[in-house]
Design a protein around this ligand. Structure first.
Ligand code: NDP
Length: 259
């Protein structure tokens, strides 16, 4: 049976918390009793989330900055540990997408994609590790169906998500002897700000969502809560014997051929 307050006295650090999957994840942890450190660049959005968390009777601290900045990451982790005594769960949800095939992918775009989607996760995992080892905690990385399947016109994004899968699996092996589990969720299309922040117009996004109903066997796109629930499960004691998993949360999308 699920204990609805199963994260009471636990601390979760969630990146990408100003929007979409990270935001929904932070709220899901708060409803389950956790205290949350919320990380992103946009302060106004984090302030809005803070107000919502306080209204739920929760406790949170915001960290406004860029996850590619190692000094900022270390400050956020240290401040969280000082305030609450440690970190039990790290959720890496910050990420970006860009539409470009190989021949239109500039060096700058490739490097930016790797910095935000890959290197920041490497830096976050290393920064939080001492606390996770001490508290036998866990990591959940947000990858994508694009981490396990190839798609045209998103060259750097797909490469970055394949790297997230590989980092998740290698970290799971490296950290298993220390009692730290590392898993990923691999969402299909979920309604968030990701594609519009990546340059897609509102009109193109509406068409993309409509078409996506046909590319996801369950006949609908995802809600942020669909993914947040899977993240909560992978972070909970209920999944205590699962590590190195890259869990498809995609309405069956990964099972299909291109359509
Ligand atoms: P959103 O655009 O809604 O959220 C992305 C979050 O990442 C925002 O909070 C943004 O905050 C943060 N972020 C981006 N760049 C940085 C940075 N340099 N430093 C700090 N924070 C940053 O998108 P999603 O919620 O959809 O994306 C979350 C994750 O889910 C991503 O890794 C994405 O690849 C993955 N995913 C999403 C899918 C979808 O269809 N939506 C499908 C599969 C995977 P801010 O701008 O305030 O810094």
């Amino acid at each position: 049976m699920v204990n609805s307050r199963e994260f009471e006295n636990k601390v979760a650090l969630v990146t990408g918390a100003s929007s979409g999957i990270g935001r929904a994840t932070a709220l899901t942890f708060v409803r389950s009793g956790a205290r949350v450190a919320i990380v992103a660049r946009r302060e106004k959005e984090l302030d809005g989330l803070l107000r919502e968390i306080i209204a739920l009777g929760g406790d949170a601290e915001k960290f406004v900055g860029d996850v590619t900045d190692e000094t900022f990451i270390q400050r956020a982790v240290q401040t969280t540990v000082t305030r609450w005594g440690g970190i039990d769960v790290l959720v890496n949800a910050a990420g970006i997408i860009a539409t470009a095939p190989l021949d239109a992918t500039s060096n700058e775009l490739f490097d930016r994609m790797m910095d935000v989607n890959v290197r920041s996760i490497f830096l976050m995992m290393k920064a939080v590790l001492p606390s996770l080892v001490e508290r036998k905690g866990c990591i959940v990385n947000i990858s994508s169906v694009a981490g396990t399947r190839a798609f045209p016109n998103v060259f750097a994004y797909v490469a970055s998500k394949a790297a997230v899968n590989a980092m998740t699996q290698c970290a799971a092996l490296d950290l298993a002897p220390k009692g730290v589990r590392v898993n990923a969720v691999n969402p299909g299309v979920v309604v968030t700000n990701l594609h519009r922040a990546g340059g897609m117009s509102d009109e193109a996004y509406a068409k993309f969502l409509e078409h996506s109903k046909t590319t996801h066997p369950l006949g609908r796109v995802g809600r942020t809560e669909d993914v947040a629930e899977a993240i909560l499960f992978l972070a909970s004691a209920r999944s205590g014997w699962i590590t190195g998993e890259t869990l498809a949360v995609d309405g069956g999308r990964h099972l299909t051929c291109a359509r």
